[in-house]
Ligand binder design. Structure first.
Ligand code: UD1
Length: 367
């Protein structure tokens, strides 16, 4: 019997969980078929509220993490350093052959740094995305992680192109598609059974689904107040559902920006994965600054406005149903979208529900 290939999977924050779930599923399937693989799941604890973490484990059927580093919130330096210190000990004990990191959160970068120093192979899922905006913490995380990774698994050809331009050797880069779409496809039935629209009293498909949490939008009080005013205006035209991220709620409280929810502007606690997919599929329009929602809207061909000056996911604009907007242009862009078809755009190549298989095959080929 060969000794099994030891894979350590890292997840830390909400957008990581839907990327890890399909990987765990395919690894478990292959182990069931007798493949010499062993895996452990590490949760860094970057997100810890039930609504930001546990609900996703339950809905996505992710087994409880083997290890939870429980780092919690903090400044970037503190959070990154805490993850690194604790993850180093995990690597010393577990001695993995591969560490798989996903996305672009602080946990992704912190664990990559540890592995690079310990000469442990890193596979980065969702490699190569670039907003070319270094004021975004995620852009720094992406640049550092990709500079250190041994295998860079990209969701789109533009991402592979970015890596090529940065001089990453071709042999390390593989275009595998979007693993988040694997989770979406696997959860579609449960998403369609969601009772959230009914519970929210939505009698029509004519509603807007809003999520906003990026520091650039919510950390500045006057900008946050302008955004909330635009949402009130939007809610005069169609019901707005706004599950509020804890960061946004905290910033409203700290900067005295009123959260004036009413029957048309429904500001609720963060919602789960199935409910979110259900709203995204059925909304007349999505307004967001999340990376994941740009992609999920594209898959459902739901019109999406992204409240950012740039996106690291350009296929959602060139092929998909996404458009960048600003607070100043928002009212006009909403008018334009509401005058268009309720669905448009196409699904990018390899966003087909089979990305996790390609990722595992690529890791085995590089082992
Ligand atoms: C992080 C990611 C971001 C991702 C987002 C999705 C980084 C740099 N950012 O941003 O890319 O889009 O997750 O949610 O990694 N908080 C809670 N409960 C929690 C987690 C956070 O109340 O379970 C609050 C705390 O007040 C915390 C704040 O949210 O200070 C920000 O959390 P943090 O993990 O630093 O970044 P996010 O804004 O969530």
């Amino acid at each position: 019997m060969p000794s099994p290939l030891r894979i350590l999977l890292v997840a830390g924050a909400r957008p990581n969980f839907m990327k890890i779930a399909p990987l765990i599923r395919i690894i478990q399937t292959r182990i069931g078929e007798g493949a010499p693989l062993a895996y452990r799941l590490v949760h860094t604890g970057q997100h810890y509220d039930d609504r930001m973490s546990a609900v996703f484990f339950n809905e996505l059927g992710i087994p409880a993490p083997d290890l939870n580093l429980a780092v919690g919130s903090g400044s970037h330096a503190r959070q990154t350093a805490d993850i690194m210190t604790k993850f180093e000990v995990v690597c010393q004990q577990e001695k993995p052959d591969w560490v798989v990191v996903v996305g672009d959160v602080n946990s992704t970068m912190a664990c990559s740094l540890v592995c690079a120093k310990m000469e442990i192979q890193i596979a980065h899922v969702e490699a190569g995305l670039r907003s070319f905006d270094r004021t975004m913490p995620e852009e720094i995380n992406r640049l550092v992680t990709d500079a250190l990774a041994d295998l860079l698994l990209t969701p789109s050809t533009d991402a592979s192109e970015n890596l090529r331009r940065e001089g990453i050797p071709e042999s390390k880069v593989e275009f595998v598609g979007n693993v988040m779409i694997d989770a979406l496809v696997a959860n579609l039935e449960q998403a369609r059974a969601s009772t959230l629209p009914h519970r929210l009293g939505l009698r029509t498909a004519e509603f807007a689904y809003v999520t906003l949490h990026r520091p650039a939008n919510v950390d500045d009080a006057s900008r946050l107040a302008m955004i909330m005013a635009e949402l009130r205006r939007l809610s005069d035209r169609l019901p707005v559902i706004f599950p509020m991220h804890p960061r946004t709620r905290r910033m409203c409280a700290e900067s005295g920006v009123a959260i004036e929810a009413n029957a048309a502007l429904k500001i609720v606690e963060p919602i789960g994965y199935h409910d979110s997919l259900c709203l995204t599929e059925n909304a007349r329009l999505v307004l967001t600054d999340s990376g994941g929602l740009q992609e999920e809207s594209t898959y459902f061909r739901t019109p999406c406005l992204t409240l950012r000056p740039n996106t690291e996911r350009p296929v959602t604009v060139t092929l998909g149903s996404n458009k960048l907007t600003s607070v100043e242009r928002l009212a006009t862009d909403i008018d334009d979208l509401l005058a268009r078809d309720a669905r448009f755009g196409s699904i990018p190549p390899l966003w087909d529900g089979h990305t996790a298989e390609r990722i595992l095959d690529s890791m085995l080929a590089h082992a």
